[in-house]
Design a protein around this ligand. Structure first.
Ligand code: ZN
Length: 271
């Protein structure tokens, strides 16, 4: 006797000639048409491929290269939220925000963007390449929300002076209407182009929602004037007592107070 397996194959009934000639018509047996699926199903399938930990980056690359329409749908999922942690970059722009736009530039698909950057080294980019890229992402792309984190933990030593001329801690005359003529203590840096252009970027931006944070460790008299108060309502008087790692800055007050701010001249120095 032959083996059970081969016997079972041998005795398997053959498809009848008639059913071979007339396949059931209720099933579509042409090519699988992905775009005939409803959008929510396509979305679900693309998420399984792109966001599943088991997928390899090759799966994503193949998907992106399929065609333009799939690229667009996949990119909206893949780039929905992007974090650019640029704490390691010194004076250079992140490649993600640099370079000219094409129809498949990834940054056009970003909806929520978070940028962590160093104040001293990178703030100037908002008056240049970042400013342009971010406005395009809002006007031509999908950018809805921008979260900026000045995460420099700029040591007081560096930020407040001694090291170079720009960062000398000085008396600055604020320009906000409600504080007219008031003099505050701030680094001279806030009167200089990189900081001033950053304020201009915030003010003129078309991005629907911008939030600005500073590292709570960088708390100082200067940021104290502009951060959101502690939920308890207690004044922190220059020393942040909350647990939050970052402090939310009320950037519209920052812009009003410091746009066009000048150092009080002549600078009085004690001998
Ligand atoms: Zn404070």
């Amino acid at each position: 006797m032959g083996k059970f397996g081969s016997r079972s194959i041998a005795f398997r009934p053959k498809a009848s000639a008639s059913s071979a000639r007339h396949p059931p018509t209720k099933y579509w047996n042409g090519p699988f048409r992905f775009f005939d699926l409803p959008p929510e199903l396509r979305d679900h399938i693309l998420k399984l491929i792109l966001l599943d930990w088991d997928s390899t980056s090759k799966d994503a690359v193949h998907l992106f290269l399929t065609n333009k329409r799939i690229y667009t749908e996949a990119a909206s999922i893949f780039y929905y939220e992007v974090l650019l942690d640029n704490m390691h970059l010194k004076g250079t722009a992140d490649p993600f925000l640099a370079g000219s736009l094409t129809a498949v530039t990834p940054r056009l698909h970003v909806r929520n963007l978070i940028i962590r950057f160093l104040m001293k080294e990178q703030m100037y980019l908002f008056g240049e390449v970042y400013g342009t890229a971010l406005q395009e992402m809002a006007s031509r792309g999908k950018l809805q929300s921008l979260r900026l984190e000045i995460g420099s933990r700029f040591p007081c030593y560096e930020f407040w002076g001694y090291e170079d001329e720009l960062f000398v801690y000085d008396n600055i005359r604020v320009v906000a209407e409600k504080w007219k003529g008031m003099v505050i203590s701030a680094p001279l840096f806030v009167t200089k182009e990189p900081f001033q252009n950053f304020l201009k970027f915030l003010e003129e931006s078309k991005i629907p929602k911008i939030r600005l944070f500073v590292d709570a460790e960088d708390h100082s008299k200067f940021w104290c004037m502009f951060h959101r108060p502690h939920p308890s309502g207690k004044k922190c008087e220059g020393e942040w007592r909350g647990n939050a790692k970052v402090l939310k800055i009320q950037w519209s007050s920052l812009v009003k107070a410091l746009k066009g701010a000048k150092a009080v001249a002549p600078v009085q120095k004690d001998c």
